[in-house]
Ligand binder design. Structure first.
Ligand code: N01
Length: 544
């Protein structure tokens, strides 16, 4: 049956056809549920569907940034580079959707605008922008952590006569940026990837920087066939080993304190990691994200490297981050980012000294200077982790709205459910490790847990499952305490929501790491879903 001809009633509705939604659909079928996926975009891939900007690339190695649930899939797929580019990851997502026949249950171009729980019938009603209504007993929000692009509130932005592109919502059709005067705002992971590519195309590129970021060379390269073969020989074992690592990434994690080794040994280790490339740099020592004095050894090393690459000392100084510990904001991986500022056609504009005043018809004014531009690229990030959920008008029991419930910050139990919203699961929700990991590992673990839970509920004829308020309170306290013990809270980052005006400032991901989190989730399930209320319908009575 094609998605266009199905009726609006299902066992389960999944919102989002990114890596989380696709795997959830696969697992829901295994449980024997009728399922529909609703997706805003015109295709699968989630964040990799939208982030099509030049230079978009994953910073987790290809051999690891992929599904592990199917041996045949991981053996047959061939990655062409150490770090896969956006088009290749999108091809992979499409390959998976074809291989497992997922398309037939996905309805594209369907943005869910509301999700309402009807308490009497114990059913979720999901309504889309185009006026369709769908009903299901179970609902899974697979809406992604970095899927709600954040446009800055700059005076006059709407008056600009040139084109404006957001990296997180890049057009599908090719755009010609050659020979243009381009302005780029934002120097996070997206900015650091797009800026070197824009510089190659632009007549002149102006980079408007408010806060510099730490970035490590990616050292991307064509896939080494021997390396690929090594992985494929023992893929399953390697995936298991990766799940024993805090970030779910198989890597060399230093167990020493940065301060327990000699300065010479420390320097050698940083040099080795700098040469190897990639975000594993901050895993050199066990306390880099715990103590500022340990952290500053790594931060100073990177600042020195930036000063070595950038020829103009004043520009190098502006690019060297000093206002946050290295790794406390998501560390970036780049290809020639710092060297880009040696180009004649690139100018760095320091927005701290010359604050952004306005955008007008022909350009952007920072300080007192007008920069005339043809194109403006916004690499200004996302309303992360909760943004996609808060765009949906979600109403649970007793007309409780999620916006109201989360007005002081998101509350969940294990990141998987929120009390007052029965039968509604979240994949990589706030309070789970999500963005601090190889997110495909986090997705697979969450989805598998949800599918096992649904099978358990099905066997028992359960009507509802809901997190208890006390389990949720206890979990959020634990999530908060775990973050307090780290340097993550020392940076004004999107992890805390500070990049979105008016968003409550709360550290959203769980820093406990994949193994600890997964152990807790498994124990909760083994203990009959401790902390959840399960309602079973027996002979006309509902029991808990
Ligand atoms: O967003 P960001 P991103 N005026 O929030 C600036 C993942 N990702 O899209 O720091 C001027 O990090 C803002 O400045 P400041 C990855 O997890 C992964 O780059 O607020 N500037 C900052 O420089 C990443 O962390 C990959 O002072 C303004 C930038 O915009 C996450 O996505 C690739 C401004 C936003 O940086 C988000 O990264 C890409 C304003 N009004 C993304 N508003 C890979 O896998 C914002 N800024 C490699």
């Amino acid at each position: 049956m094609s998605a266009a001809s199905v009726t609006g009633k299902f066992d389960i509705i999944i919102v989002g056809a990114g890596f989380a939604g696709m795997y959830m659909l696969y697992k829901a079928r295994e449980v024997g549920l009728s399922a529909l996926v609703l997706e805003t975009a015109g295709g699968v891939g989630g964040t990799w569907f939208w982030n099509r900007y030049p230079g978009a690339r994953c910073d987790v190695e290809s051999m690891q940034y992929s599904y592990s649930f199917c041996e045949e899939l991981q053996q047959e797929w061939q990655w062409s580079e150490r770090y896969a580019s956006q088009p290749e990851i999108l091809n992979y997502a499409n390959h998976v959707a074809h291989k497992f026949n997922l398309f037939r249950d996905i309805r594209f171009n369907s943005r869910v605008s509301s999700a309402i729980f009807h308490e009497g019938e114990r059913v979720w009603q999901l309504s889309t922008d185009d006026g369709e209504h769908y009903y299901a007993k179970w609902c899974v929000m697979a809406t992604g952590c970095l899927s709600a692009a954040q446009r800055p509130n700059i005076p006059g932005l709407g008056t600009f006569k040139g084109e404006i592109y957001h990296t997180g919502n890049w057009p599908r059709q090719p755009i010609d940026l050659a020979g243009r005067n381009i302005g780029a705002i934002g120097t996070g992971s997206s900015g650091i990837q797009v800026i070197p590519e824009l510089a190659k195309l632009a007549k002149h590129l102006y980079v408007f920087q408010r806060t510099p970021n730490f970035s490590i060379p990616a050292r991307n390269q064509p896939m080494d066939s021997a390396y690929e073969a090594e992985w494929k020989q023992s893929y399953a074992e390697r995936r298991t080993a990766a799940r024993k690592m805090p970030a779910g990434i198989l890597s060399h994690i230093g167990t020493n304190s940065a301060l327990a080794v000699s300065p010479e040994d420390r320097l050698a280790e940083y040099e080795r990691r700098w040469a190897a490339g990639g975000t594993g740099f901050t895993a050199a020592y066990s306390d880099l994200l715990k103590y500022e004095d340990a952290n500053s050894t790594a931060a100073e090393f990177v600042r020195k490297k930036i000063r070595e690459v950038v020829t103009d000392p004043a520009v190098a100084n502006l690019l060297a981050p000093v206002n946050h510990p290295i790794g406390s904001k998501r560390i970036c991986a780049d290809t020639d980012y710092f060297a880009t500022f040696n180009r004649q056609n690139v100018t760095l504009v320091d927005l701290r000294a010359n604050p952004l005043q306005e955008v007008s018809e022909h350009g952007l004014t920072a300080g007192t200077q007008l920069y005339e531009l043809d194109t403006l690229v916004l690499a200004t990030g996302f309303d992360a982790i909760t943004g996609a959920l808060s765009k949906i008008d979600m109403v649970g029991r007793q007309a409780l709205s999620l916006k109201e419930k989360w007005q002081n910050g998101p509350n969940t139990y294990l990141g998987l459910m929120t009390s007052g919203f029965p039968n509604l699961f979240i994949v990589t929700g706030p309070g789970s490790p999500s963005v601090l990991t190889n997110v495909i590992v986090a997705i697979e673990d969450n989805v598998k847990w949800i599918a096992d839970c649904l099978a358990y509920l099905k066997t028992r004829g359960a009507e509802t499952i809901e997190a208890t308020a006390s389990a949720e309170e206890g979990w959020m306290e634990h999530v908060g305490q775990a973050a307090e013990g780290t340097l993550y809270i020392k940076a004004k980052s999107w992890y805390l929501g500070v990049n979105v005006p008016g968003k409550p400032v709360v550290f959203m991901p769980y820093v406990g790491g994949v193994p600890t989190y997964q152990k807790i989730c498994e124990e909760v399930a083994a203990d009959g879903y401790r902390g959840f209320t399960i309602e079973v319908h027996t002979e006309g009575l509902r029991t808990r």
